[in-house]
Design a protein around this ligand. Structure first.
Ligand SMILES: [Ca+2]
Ligand SMILES: [Ca+2]
Length: 622
């Protein structure tokens, strides 16, 4: 809201500092659109943490990761109060100062000073806390950033043509790098579709209750941003998922410092009901045309959850939101959605292969993802955009895309070559539960259009904006296809969905431009292989067709054999090893069932759509 923006204003002591971090990620300059903008810090320059997450030795259930997962404190207020006092004593003993202490969904406490600190400083504090006899574990609360290279979706980039909306058009019209959603809509026509909830964890949505592309299309979400200065809406967590803007001092003169409207864009890709076609000449309606879920008519499709704002998103907020989205009770949040989401789209990330030790936040992501998988939830994440300069990707995905069980989604140009900035994803390791696929996500000279906002600081009009690119916008396309697969066949496990998306993907071109194969030494625009850009190009209709057959894989197993495509080679991406055995999944499933509570659990078991998952949770196998 504009009042909260004003109340924080450019004099907010944290704002310029955080902005540097934020725009370190999003600083790529699209010369064709924003010639005056200038990049600031690169994404990888200075990893940050919003304090530490500390877990005491009480009420824990030890998981396979060796971590505690406690009963949600919202269900046990006295225990929560006691823990808070105990954490305060621990912090004092270990000389860790803080201004804010809050509960998390996973039974731990976040301690921070109201502003990000260097990751190394947080690591040092966590190490001191771990020496305390009352502490089970302590990790830095790492900050994640949106995987966009877009800067300032503002005029004069307004795009009423379908040129920028090539990503939603047919391959015949747009090229081999798109998912060919029109073919999927044709496939779905006349079929009965089961309702599926898709959660978008992002920066919030403008005009969420009033814009024609959003009215009736969004479930009741929640704002999980704890820090008011990050949330920029005058408070902490609340029920209003509006995006108040994430601008910083310097906007509008420097468009790179203006609000990104990142969550509005991603939500529009999925939710827009289809008020126009992709074949017309011009559309000046300020509506986007058919979104990916256009075939699911007249009902809510997207669960909007706000996790990020100025400067990025705290891992503790993201992980809380992941649990809540899946229908699990969370401290400091209302009762979770029922049914919970079966697909989560996440376009925030940070450097790393998700294989950090038990003293890193990686372990919390691994646990959260494993818990969600045990509930049959598909987690899709952006592969990341290199250092954010828009020219070179990294040789492996950022996290949580690199976490086991996540579908890592990387970006292509319209001709199915790798977008210059997109990180590599090894698509040849499905048998280890590392999943990956690629789809058009814009690039220099062929950026994308979707809804954004005309505002530079606070929101103006929600309308079509151009100049958009980044692997941020690959993830919702993959998530959308995953959800449509479950709408066709809700009995599929999350493993089935991931495997079939990979198996049905189109092989990358083996001729044409560019000729250089992607590799650790060729990380710009390059020719993809299944070893470098995921299994292939996301093919929406082929994936839906693959969804029709019966489930093959239970939750907790990794599919085999590996997906094979017509091309291979290049360097490897993705994270390292990591355990994924049925025992761990079964344990996490039992924890999830406990968190759900008996009443919710009874309803869950009656839910035809996730009966298969219920069976796993009950027995640990099927
Ligand atoms: Ca808020
Ligand atoms: Ca809010």
């Amino acid at each position: 809201m504009s009042t909260s923006v004003d109340s924080l204003g450019s004099k907010h002591p944290l704002r310029s500092w955080r902005r540097a971090v934020w725009w370190g990620c999003v600083a790529a300059l699209m010369a064709t659109n924003h010639a005056s903008a200038a990049p600031t810090l690169p994404e990888g320059a200075a990893p940050q943490a919003m304090g530490v997450i500390v877990k005491l030795k009480d009420g824990r259930v030890t998981t396979a990761d060796g971590r505690g997962m406690a009963r949600p404190s919202s269900l046990n207020p006295e225990g929560s109060q006691r823990r808070r006092l105990q954490v305060a004593q621990v912090a004092q003993r270990q000389r860790v100062s803080y201004l804010v202490q809050k509960d998390t969904a996973f039974g731990a406490q976040v301690l921070h000073r109201g502003e990000p600190v260097a990751l190394t400083d947080a690591e040092a504090e966590a190490a001191r806390l771990r020496q305390d006899p009352d502490v089970e574990w302590a990790v830095p609360n790492e900050i994640m950033r949106p995987a966009t290279t877009t800067t300032g979706q503002t005029a004069p980039s307004v795009d009423y043509t379908y040129t920028g909306r090539f990503w939603m058009r047919s391959r015949a019209a747009a090229g081999a790098g798109v998912a060919d959603f029109p073919a999927a809509w044709t496939f779905l026509a006349g079929r009965s579709l089961n309702p599926v909830v898709t959660a978008v964890l992002d920066s919030g949505v403008t005009e969420a209750t009033t814009h024609p592309d959003f009215v009736g299309r969004l479930f009741t979400g929640h704002d999980f941003v704890t820090d008011p200065a990050v949330g920029n809406d005058g408070g902490g967590r609340d029920a209003d998922v509006s995006d108040p803007g994430d601008w910083e001092t310097g906007c509008p003169g420097d468009l790179s410092k203006c609000s990104s409207w990142h969550g509005t864009s991603i939500t529009s890709m999925l939710a827009a009901p289809g008020s126009s076609t992709t074949t017309g000449s011009l559309n000046s309606s300020q509506q986007m045309g058919p979104g990916i879920f256009a075939s699911i008519d007249g009902q809510p499709v997207v669960l909007p959850i706000r996790v990020g704002g100025t400067g990025g998103a705290s891992s503790s907020d993201i992980i809380d939101a992941m649990y809540w989205a899946a229908g699990l009770s969370v401290a400091n949040a209302p009762p979770p959605p029922n049914p919970g989401a079966r697909v989560i789209s996440l376009s925030y990330g940070s450097l790393g292969n998700c294989q950090g030790g038990s003293n890193t936040v990686d372990a919390l992501y691994r646990n959260a993802i494993a818990t969600l998988r045990s509930l049959g939830v598909v987690v899709v994440a952006s592969a990341g955009n290199g250092d954010g300069s828009g020219t070179l990707g990294y040789s492996s995905p950022s996290k949580p895309a690199s976490c086991q069980g996540v579908i890592a989604s990387t970006g292509l140009r319209a001709n199915a070559s790798k977008a210059a900035y997109a990180n590599l994803v090894n698509g040849s390791r499905a048998s280890q539960c590392y999943f990956g696929v690629a789809v058009a996500s814009g690039d220099s000279g062929q950026s994308m259009s979707m809804l954004g906002n005309s505002g530079t600081t606070s929101p103006g009009t929600t309308n079509l904006q151009g100049g958009i690119e980044g692997t941020s916008f690959a993830a919702p396309q993959v998530a959308g296809v995953a959800a449509l697969m479950l709408a066709v066949n809700p009995a599929l496990s999350s493993v089935d969905v991931a495997y079939r998306i990979m198996q049905s993907a189109s092989a990358f071109p083996t001729s044409g431009s560019p000729t250089n194969l992607c590799s650790a030494s060729s990380l710009g625009n390059c020719r993809c292989t299944s070893g470098t850009c995921g299994a292939g190009v996301l093919d929406a209709a082929a994936a839906l067709n693959a969804a029709l057959s019966s489930p093959l894989f239970a939750e907790g197993v990794c599919p085999a054999p590996d997906v094979t495509t017509s091309s291979s080679g290049g360097s490897s991406g993705g994270g390292g090893g990591g355990a994924s055995d049925a025992g761990m999944l079964a344990l996490l499933a039992s924890i999830a069932a406990w968190m759900l509570g008996a009443a919710w659990w009874a309803r869950l078991r009656r839910n035809q759509a996730i009966r298969a998952t219920a069976q796993i949770i009950k027995t640990g196998k099927r």
